[in-house]
Design a protein around this ligand. Structure first.
Ligand code: SF4
Length: 427
């Protein structure tokens, strides 16, 4: 089992280091570089044009985990980026101002393309305006994704996006790369994307088991790594997810709970659903606050930012551009608030969660807007205990360990009390 566990981790490590190596050699190999974002990422199209992707949010969170983000944020603030700006942006901009050395220490090449498939967060627009000033030679490709205001995707919305792909995105990619659009190649990547998505959906469904074999938030953010950094649509990603699924199913067979940084979690006391991104600067301490209490996260919204696959949606190679459009519209940040409530309620019910926690991020307006209302609606609808904590993505100034600990302790007391009441009622 240990050897199998290592296999998926080795595969992931190989993918990540391979990508950063290729980026480091991009100027010498002549590969063009595309900066883009995780929600609504057009990984399959990027691969079709042999572009190398750079994901600024991923660089920011990895800088935070390596304790480098404070310095980068300070650098950005010194250069007039206000305290209220999303800290992913400031960390990224600060990193660029300090020479653009990525988390692995290798220099990240300048972008040839700034590709923005706008999915629900206005900050993305302002972020790329800033990058365009830093890299004036980069081609900006902007695709507008209609928000699911009425809670559904209509054929008109899809056609609106397909037109943008045909008239704006593809011609500009052809111009920058000198490569002609090859729809067969796109279909090849879309088929592989679908295969990976099938495995991902199966992986996150394993938390229905008791005990849950994985933590779908703290470990889940590692699992979604490959699809969120540009490997969706590749054979490597399919191999990774297949290996990961087999390892997890072995844990299910042995009746084992999740692996934490301090080893296997012995007793599963509470099953939770978490809304909101994690804190990256104190990731381990943050996780420990949960596993020390025997709490396992059985589902989280954050693992759905790069795509929602729980409800059956998949890339479809028979409708390539329509499929790319629907993918963008179907990202978590592009869902309206009632859709998010329905999705999270479904997770709570289907994964038998005992409670619901919101981690409200100081500098992420996109996630924070509506979170309190969502929490109250879920509390009323499902009558389960809810908890609310606050932190930040990559700014260590906004992670208060004792504050979060106090709030979580009250929440866990509430959960314990609730369990006693339910037990008495059923006796
Ligand atoms: S505000 Fe939130 S969703 Fe928007 S870019 Fe920043 S972290 Fe991402």
């Amino acid at each position: 089992m240990e050897a199998q566990k290592e296999r998926s981790m080795i595969l992931q490590k190989e993918m990540v280091s391979g990508l950063f190596n290729e980026l480091g050699r991009a100027k010498e190999t002549g590969r063009k570089v595309c900066y883009t974002f995780v929600p609504g990422n057009l990984s399959e199209l990027i691969r079709t044009f042999d572009l190398l992707p750079v994901y600024p949010e991923i660089n920011a969170l990895q800088s935070a985990m390596r304790k480098k983000s404070a310095g980068y944020i300070k650098e950005a603030e010194k250069n007039a980026h206000s305290e209220d700006v999303c800290t992913y942006v400031k960390c990224d901009v600060g990193m660029m101002m300090k020479g653009n050395f990525g988390p692995t220490g290798e220099k990240i090449p300048e972008p040839d393309i700034l590709l923005l498939s706008y999915t629900g967060c206005f900050t993305f627009l302002k972020w790329f305006e800033t990058l365009k000033r830093l890299y004036p030679n980069a081609e900006v490709i902007m695709i507008h994704t209609p928000y699911q205001e009425a809670g559904k995707m209509t054929p008109e919305m899809t056609q609106y996006m397909v037109r943008q792909f045909r008239e704006e995105v593809i011609p500009k990619m052809e111009k920058v790369t000198g490569i002609k659009y090859d729809e067969e190649k796109l279909k090849y990547h879309l088929n592989l994307a679908k295969e990976a998505q099938d495995w991902i959906a199966k992986i996150f469904e394993t938390t229905k088991h008791k005990p849950s074999p994985i933590d779908a938030y703290f470990a889940g953010v590692y699992y979604i790594g490959p699809i969120n950094i540009g490997f969706r649509g590749t054979p490597e990603a399919v191999e990774y997810y297949k290996a990961l699924y087999e390892e997890i199913m072995e844990r299910v067979r042995l009746g084992l709970g999740p692996i934490t940084p301090e080893g296997e979690m012995k007793e599963e006391k509470y099953r939770l659903v978490v809304e909101g991104p994690p804190n990256w600067t104190s990731f381990r301490e943050f996780w420990k606050l949960f596993y020390d209490m025997g709490a396992v996260i059985v589902a989280s919204s954050y693992t759905k930012v790069g795509g929602v696959y729980d409800l059956g949606w998949r890339h479809d190679s028979t409708r390539p551009l329509e499929s790319l459009s629907e993918y963008c519209m179907n990202c978590y940040t592009n869902l309206n608030i009632p859709q998010r409530i329905d999705l999270l309620s479904k997770c709570i019910t289907e994964y038998s969660a005992d409670g619901y926690v919101t981690n409200s991020i100081k500098s992420c307006n996109s996630f924070s807007a509506g979170q309190l209302g969502m929490m109250r609606e879920i509390e009323d609808r499902l009558e389960i205990p809810v908890g609310f904590i606050e932190s930040d993505l990559v700014d260590p100034r906004y992670f208060s360990y004792s504050n979060i600990k106090n709030r979580l302790e009250s929440f866990f007391q509430m959960l314990e009390q609730r369990k006693k009441i339910v037990k008495t009622e059923t006796v």
